[in-house]
Each structure stands twice: as C-alpha cells, then as structure tokens.
Design a protein around this ligand. Structure first.
Ligand code: AMP
Length: 251
C-alpha cells in the first residue's frame, strides 16, 4: 500500500513541504472528483489515492483546518462563516487559495482534486493554473446518485476530527463507536452535515456545480460513475472507467 503524504504543502500553502513526499509515480493521475455532498466523494478520494498513489487535495479540508487556528484574516473569517452556513465560499478566495498551492498540481505523484472546482469560474481558473504548471487533467469523475439516498448518507456521516477519515453510522461503521479506525481520533458530525446546512449545500450544488459536468463533458474529460453500492464496488467502476478512457483513442 502507498504511504500517504501528510499533505503539508496543501494544508499550509506557500513554501511548505510535505514531510513524506509521494513516491515518484510512473503514471501520475491528475483527476477531479465531482458530485453532490454525501455522494461518497471523500471515501472514493481516499480509496483512489491509495490505489493510484495520488495526493488527495480537498479545499474543504483546508477550510476545516483553518477553522482550528485563530489567526483568521477578515477574508478568511467571512469564508468560514459562509462554510458554517453551508454556502459556497467566494470564487476569488478559493481560487487564490488554490493558486497559492499550485505546486501541488505539478507534484510528480499526481493529484486528486475533491471539492474544487465548484463553479464555472473556478473550472476556468483551474484550466489556466494547469496550463501554467504544464500539466493536463486526465479525467473528471462525476459521481451520481438519487437525492433520497444522498440525504441518508449525509445524515449518517461521521468524520475523524484528527485524520479526516470518513465513516457512516450504518454503511461504514467504525469498529468502536465514535472512534476512528485509522488513528483513534474522535469521530464527529461535521457542522455542515447538520440538516439545516445540508439543504443549503444541496441548493448550492444544483445551482453552481451541476453545470460543471456539461463543461467537462464538452471537452471530453467527463466520466459519469454510478455511486450506488459499496465503496469497493464504486472504486472498481471508477478504475474501469479510467482504464477505458486511457485505452480509448484521444478525441
Ligand atoms: P466540502 O468538504 O468539499 O464539502 O467543503 C466544505 C465547505 O467548504 C463547502 O460547503 C463550502 O462552504 C466550502 N468550500 C470548499 N471548497 C469550495 C469551493 N471550491 N468553492 C466554494 N466553497 C468551497
């Protein structure tokens, strides 16, 4: 199994370096994951990173890590307030945050972006950043599931307060209730997984993020993945779709 990096370069930005850089990867995958909140993107990101040796770059994780510090600039404070309400953070702030971490996009281990881009403006900014870094996206995996199932998944989701591993009260319970299997950290319900925030997040997804699937479909980068079933089955589907795309003639 691949040793996961601590992602310090992503969490801290600027000149920060990961203490365990990824191993050189003969085939570095560069992927974006799309899908509504609760569709299982975080779990798939974890499994795909372990299988492909890529680094998990989640913009939501950066905001949650920032929440634990108390050196917030006014712009960051506004962003964190928006996040607590389940709203999207402004494009300007998110794009400049990713820009500050753009070395992660050309990392030789590859990357898997989770939660970015979320709007058309962010998708265009990402294409520009990738051009500047001289790398191209291999694919955008779009996870799809009926709404009722999504709401059930979100309500039962529990996240490790330390390592951010994701569990579910019924479909992926930890061995010991409330305790992370990976690191022993406390499992919590994210503030934005509470019912009032879930409703706002679903609306933000429908309005801003769903149209991105069309943006990537037009440029031949979209792979639609049925997100029903166990995490391993969904992983299998994702890997098959990536393989089929890699062996298809380029359009
Ligand atoms: P996530 O963990 O990806 O669901 O992100 C949690 C929250 O962080 C979101 O509900 C937003 O408030 C904020 N956020 C994360 N990524 C973005 C983004 N790309 N654009 C706007 N807001 C974001």
């Amino acid at each position: 199994m691949t040793v996961q990096s601590d992602r310090a370069a992503w969490f801290e930005g600027g000149e920060a370096k990961c203490s365990q850089p990824p191993s050189p990867n003969d085939r570095p995958f560069r992927l974006v994951l799309l899908g509504p909140p609760g569709v299982g993107k975080g779990t798939q990101a974890e499994l795909l990173c372990k299988t492909l040796g890529t680094c998990h770059l989640s913009t939501g994780d950066v905001f949650r890590a920032a929440q634990c510090r108390n050196d917030h600039s006014p712009a960051l404070r506004t962003a964190l307030d928006a996040m607590r309400r389940g709203e999207l953070v402004s494009d300007g702030l998110v794009v400049s945050m990713v820009q500050e971490r753009s070395n992660c996009l050309s990392c030789f281990g590859g990357f898997l972006l989770d939660g970015f881009p979320r709007t058309a403006a962010q998708a265009e900014a990402l294409d520009d950043l990738l051009d500047q870094q001289g790398v191209r996206l291999d694919a955008v995996l779009s996870y799809e599931l009926p709404l009722a199932e999504i709401v059930d998944r979100l309500g039962g989701r529990r996240t490790c307060s330390k390592c951010k591993a994701v569990f579910h009260t019924t479909s992926r319970p930890p061995h010991q209730e409330g305790v992370c299997d990976m690191c022993g950290g406390e499992l919590i319900q994210r503030e934005d997984d509470r019912p009032e925030s879930i409703r706002v997040r679903m609306q933000a997804y429908e309005e801003s993020t769903r149209p991105l699937a069309d943006y990537y479909e037009k440029s031949g980068r979209l792979l639609r993945i049925n997100a029903a079933g166990a995490p391993d089955e969904i992983l299998e589907r994702s890997l098959e779709a990536l393989q089929a795309k890699a062996s298809a003639p380029r359009t």
